[in-house]
Ligand binder design. Structure first.
Ligand code: AMP
Length: 257
């Protein structure tokens, strides 16, 4: 981080929704966020607006942009998880590898299967993630469709992040954004693992993560499915309120090399 220039950063968050059905029910389309210096705010707002307009799940009816000042001294620097990639001929083999990974990291087989089924059975994508007990497989968060949203996070060094994407042949920032989210989550006490696949109909790669690894798995869902989801597995003695506070409010910059 650039020392001595400014003691503040800005959290810029975008959320796009579209209206569906006769009642105009609000469907969450996309959300994205950055943690940037003051001189980057305008450009980031423009990028996020463009992104809201171009989402593959549809055109936004409402875009909400929130800008919040963050004291740099409160920002945690978090190491990035180590990326691995595996490709499979079909979804069920990728899911089997995900389950094996979760069990290896300390999630019970029951909890791993319950977490996977929870995403598979969603009728519509949630805004946030579900938190599961890694032993019993019971859901520990608020049990609603919002779920828990990680927020206030970004790459520590934007150039290193672009280099990382290039090395991984990625044109979009999906991988670095998910790696930032997974690395922030993995840094909290009592975290065990994560399971995720995207709600983007064109993006079938998902991942499992542990305190050390971020394993990309392909394909985790069928092409054109607009349903994705995230499940975090935590040790049974987790302080769920403190964890949700950390996920939602504590700023973190992830050191992607
Ligand atoms: P995405 O990989 O962005 O397509 O997200 C896949 C799923 O993860 C979404 O459908 C949400 O359920 C969940 N999700 C997206 N963003 C977040 C976030 N910031 N925090 C927690 N869960 C999220």
């Amino acid at each position: 981080m650039d020392k001595g220039l400014s003691s503040v950063l800005f959290s810029v968050r975008m959320r796009a929704t579209m209206k569906i059905g006769n009642n105009g029910e609000e469907l969450h389309l996309s959300g994205c966020e950055r943690l940037v210096t003051e001189n980057q705010v305008l450009e980031v707002v423009q990028n996020l607006l463009k992104r809201a307009e171009e989402h593959t799940r549809g055109r936004a009816d409402m875009v909400n942009i929130q800008i919040e000042k963050i004291d740099k001294s409160n920002v945690r620097i978090v190491p990035a998880l180590t990326v691995q990639s595996r490709e499979f001929p079909n979804v069920s083999q990728a899911h089997a590898d995900a389950i094996a990974f979760l069990i290896e990291t300390g999630v019970s087989e029951t909890a791993a299967r319950k977490g996977l089924e929870a995403i598979e059975q969603l009728k519509t994508s949630m805004r946030g993630a579900m938190i599961y007990d890694a032993a019993s497989g019971n859901r520990l968060d608020r049990l609603d469709m919002r779920g828990v949203r990680l927020s206030h996070m970004d790459c520590k060094d934007k150039n290193a992040c672009l280099e990382f994407l290039k090395r991984n042949n990625m044109k979009s920032t999906k991988l670095s954004e998910a790696l930032v989210l997974a690395s922030k989550a993995a840094s909290v006490e009592n975290y065990v693992a994560e399971l995720c696949w995207s709600d983007d109909p064109n993006y079938t790669t998902g991942y499992v993560a542990s305190k050390k690894f971020y394993r990309r798995l392909s394909p985790m869902k069928h092409l054109e499915s607009p349903i994705g989801g995230r499940v975090f597995f935590f040790k049974p003695n987790v302080d769920i309120k403190a964890t949700i506070d950390f996920f939602e409010k504590e700023p973190a910059l992830v050191d992607i090399k």
